[in-house]
Design a protein around this ligand. Structure first.
Ligand code: HEM
Length: 186
């Protein structure tokens, strides 16, 4: 299923990567960077909660470590930006089954791989940024690949019966929802 997820979302990934790279390249101040983090915070706040309410430690033993919104919150505070949600993301309401939640989690956990590159880009572009303001993109740091491999192993070995089509649709929809969110909410 993981190979199929990768193939099915290849064009979605390219598309959202393009949008995000453009936004990152245009950042010229810490304030603009904080605004981008705030956008991501608005997107993931309810989505992460929803995924964690459906997938527990029986499916992924390290599920409690897979939290990213807390990092966004820390970065926003360290950038003196508000962390009060202003626009509610309704996309999480469409997620209800374990298979759908796995599709969403695939996108969230996979994004930590790109995060490593983004953290490097940001440090070059905004040299005043400190690691305490890049927690979200640094994510698991040197453990990122290990966490990704563990995610894949857990999914491959689970005894929970997953519906592949639901997972693929949810993964594609998550990419699309993020892309729209990044392009429309300021
Ligand atoms: C500047 C933006 C981004 C860059 C440069 C980037 C780059 C990468 C790279 C280098 C990989 C590893 C490919 C591999 O080893 O096979 C990857 C994988 C992945 N990325 Fe991104 N990424 C970006 C944004 C995102 C975003 C915003 C998301 C989702 C919200 C995302 C989701 C994923 C997923 C799910 C994978 C795993 C693919 C797989 O092996 O199944 N990426 N990305």
């Amino acid at each position: 299923m993981l190979d199929h997820l990768k193939i099915a979302t290849k064009t979605n990934h390219s598309s959202v990567e393009k949008v995000l790279v453009q936004k990152l390249k245009n950042l010229s101040s810490q304030e603009e960077y904080a605004n981008l983090l705030f956008q991501l915070y608005g997107f993931y706040f309810e989505l992460e909660k929803k995924v964690h309410s459906i997938i527990d430690n029986t499916l992924l033993p390290d599920m409690s470590k897979r939290v990213h919104v807390a990092n966004l919150h820390t970065d926003l505070i360290n950038l003196n930006h508000s962390a009060a949600i202003t626009t509610v993301n309704n996309y999480p309401d469409t997620i209800s089954s374990i298979s759908e939640a796995i599709g969403v989690l695939y996108v969230i956990e996979g994004s930590t791989l790109g995060g490593q590159f983004i953290a490097g880009m940001l440090k070059k572009q905004l040299p005043t940024l400190t690691d305490s303001q890049i927690n979200y993109f640094l994510s698991y740091g040197e453990n990122t690949m290990k966490m990704w491999k563990q995610f894949k192993i857990s999914i491959e070995n689970t005894t929970v019966v997953l519906d592949e089509e639901s997972a693929l649709n949810a993964a594609q929809n998550t990419f699309k929802a993020l892309e729209i969110w990044l392009q429309t909410k300021q």
